[in-house]
Design a protein. Structure first.
Length: 381
């Protein structure tokens, strides 16, 4: 069996797909969404295609090693996102070739279903804002019976903020707890916007409502700063969506800088590397909560690693991750869980009419060219 074709599609905003075709008719799908760098990732996949055409798609580890190691310069978010999507597609082909879900090729399942959390928060304390938040909460509880939610901070944050800004966020957080009660878990994503001092201050304010975790309290580049926050906070800290490969997580593990890690299967190195990172974390009693805030192919790939590693905690799931109109049958959430995939490969049947198109619309993602603070300086998304 040989790879005969590699195509790319842009069917939805923030969803970019790669399709790998073989000479015996098997097709694999992967997701190469990299917010803010769509053209660069497309070019990277095109460059890697020259190596892959004519190769055996079942030699997944060999291809991973070649793509990562064959050039003098390794890694980087563009190359790793391209590699991640290709890796997902090769696993999809492999599962279909052997007639089993991918998790069976990873050692078999260690659980019967996958717990997921949804995105929900109170964006504003106005009557309209609270009504909108209440409507979404009721819809999520009815649609999927979720038992965990994650919310962002909202707005732009600087190194220091006025008490009123902090108080507004804290009030919204405690109102969320009041609405859902003590049996529902709540988490908060700081998006790496904070200094350690501000992150610690806000985390102390949140302590009484006992968050499930706080994600990316500070930028991921400085592990000592991250550990400083963890050491001064009584609940779990998480990070990892922007870290790449095992080497990107090594120091996090060795310094016990966080309680949970959040590698993204479309950035960390695909299914191959996500499982290796999870296995490393197990030694340090660190659980994984794979990040996935993009499309349904990446989400599907994550589910297979979730099924196969013992130190899995919970899977991020955004609305588009369940299908986004690209699958003939969406993933279904029941009681906050998704049943294990049963179909061969990644477990979905793609709607090629929907998937194989270009939506023709590029919207700035996670910040963008004109995301500035009030003084004209660049702001973090």
């Amino acid at each position: 069996m040989k790879i005969t074709g590699i195509e790319q599609f842009f069917p939805r905003p923030r969803i970019r797909l790669v399709k790998i075709t073989t000479d015996n008719g098997l097709v694999g799908w992967g997701e190469t969404t990299l917010e803010g760098k769509p053209k660069s990732t497309v070019a990277a996949v095109e460059e890697l295609s020259g190596y892959l055409i004519g190769k055996d798609p079942l030699r997944i580890e060999h291809h991973w090693q070649h793509i990562y190691r064959s050039a003098f310069f390794r890694g980087g978010n563009v190359l790793m996102t391209a590699l991640s999507g290709i890796d997902q597609a090769l696993w999809d082909i492999s599962g279909k070739y052997y007639g089993v879900p991918v998790y069976q090729l990873l050692g078999g399942p260690v659980r019967d279903r996958i717990r997921v959390y949804a995105h929900w928060g109170i964006g504003s304390l106005t009557d309209e804002g609270k009504a909108s938040a209440k409507d979404r909460l009721e819809w999520l509880q009815k649609a999927g019976g979720y038992t965990a939610f994650k919310s962002g901070l909202g707005g732009k944050w600087r190194a220091h903020e006025a008490p009123s800004v902090i108080d507004c966020f804290v009030e919204r957080a405690y109102l969320m707890r009041e609405w859902v009660g003590p049996d529902i878990e709540l988490a908060f994503d700081f998006h790496g916007k904070m200094t350690p001092a501000l992150a610690i201050e806000i985390c102390h304010e949140l302590r009484g409502m006992r968050p499930m975790f706080v994600e990316e309290p500070v930028p991921q580049e400085n592990i000592e700063a991250l550990k400083l926050v963890s050491d001064h906070v009584t609940f779990p800290i998480a990070t990892g969506e922007r870290l790449l490969t095992r080497w990107g997580f090594r120091e996090i593990f060795e310094k016990q800088a966080v309680a949970y890690i959040q590698p993204d299967t479309s950035h960390v190195g695909g299914i191959t590397e996500l499982k290796k990172v999870a296995n490393m974390g197990e030694v340090y009693y660190i659980h994984i909560m794979p990040h996935c805030a993009i499309g349904p192919v990446a989400f599907s790939a994550s589910l297979h690693v979730d099924a196969a590693v013992p130190n899995f905690l919970i899977q991020e799931q955004v609305d588009s991750g369940l299908g986004a109109g690209l699958f003939k049958e969406n993933w279904r959430v029941k009681d906050g869980h998704i049943d294990l995939p049963t179909k061969p490969g990644l477990g979905f049947e793609i709607d090629e009419t929907e998937a194989e198109q270009d939506c023709g619309v590029y919207q700035e993602e996670l910040g963008g060219e004109f995301y500035y603070d009030s003084d004209g300086s660049v702001a973090d998304w």
